[in-house]
Design a binder for this molecule. Structure first.
Ligand code: ZN
Length: 139
C-alpha cells in the first residue's frame, strides 16, 4: 500500500471565508500516483472546517448567515471560552457544526464524488497562517 501526505497553507484576508480546495486536493491525488484508495482531508486547526457540498454562491451566503445566527461573533463577552482572553469562542462552535474532515473514495485515480460535490475549507478565525492536511492511502 502506498501513502501520500501533503499540507496546504491557507492565510485568509477575512476572519470568515469559505474556499473551494477541490483543485488542490485533485493535484495532491495526481502527485500521489494512487489510483484506488481513500483520501482524507482535514483542517489542522480547531477554528476551521473541511466539508463537502455544492459550489454555489447563494449556499455560501446561507452558511454564513446560518452560522452567524447559531454562534454570533459579537458580543464576544457571551462566550465562556473568551474569558481566556481570546475572542474566538464563536469560531470553535462554527467549526464543530461544519466538521473537521472529509474522506473521499479514490477510484480510477479520481475523487469519486457524488453529483455537485466539492471540497471546501471553512475559516472562522482567519487572518493568520493555517494548514489543511491531505492524506491519501491506497494503491
Ligand atoms: Zn479559542
Amino acid at each position: 500500500m502506498k501513502s501520500y501526505r501533503k499540507e496546504l497553507v491557507i492565510n485568509t484576508k477575512e476572519r470568515v471565508e469559505l474556499i473551494n480546495i477541490t483543485d488542490q486536493v485533485e493535484t495532491a491525488l495526481a502527485e500521489s500516483g494512487i489510483k484506488e484508495g481513500l483520501c482524507l482531508v482535514n483542517a489542522m486547526h480547531i477554528t476551521a472546517s473541511v466539508f463537502i457540498n455544492d459550489h454555489e454562491r447563494g449556499l455560501w451566503q446561507d452558511y454564513r448567515n446560518w452560522l452567524e445566527k447559531l454562534a454570533p461573533h459579537e458580543p464576544t463577552s457571551q462566550y465562556y471560552h473568551n474569558l481566556t482572553g481570546e475572542d474566538n469562542g464563536d469560531a470553535h462552535l462554527k467549526r464543530q457544526i461544519m466538521g473537521r474532515e472529509v474522506v473521499v473514495a479514490v477510484t480510477g485515480g479520481k475523487l469519486d464524488f457524488g453529483p455537485w460535490e466539492q471540497i471546501f475549507y471553512g475559516e472562522f478565525d482567519g487572518r493568520r497562517r493555517k494548514r489543511v492536511l491531505i492524506k491519501i492511502i491506497g494503491e
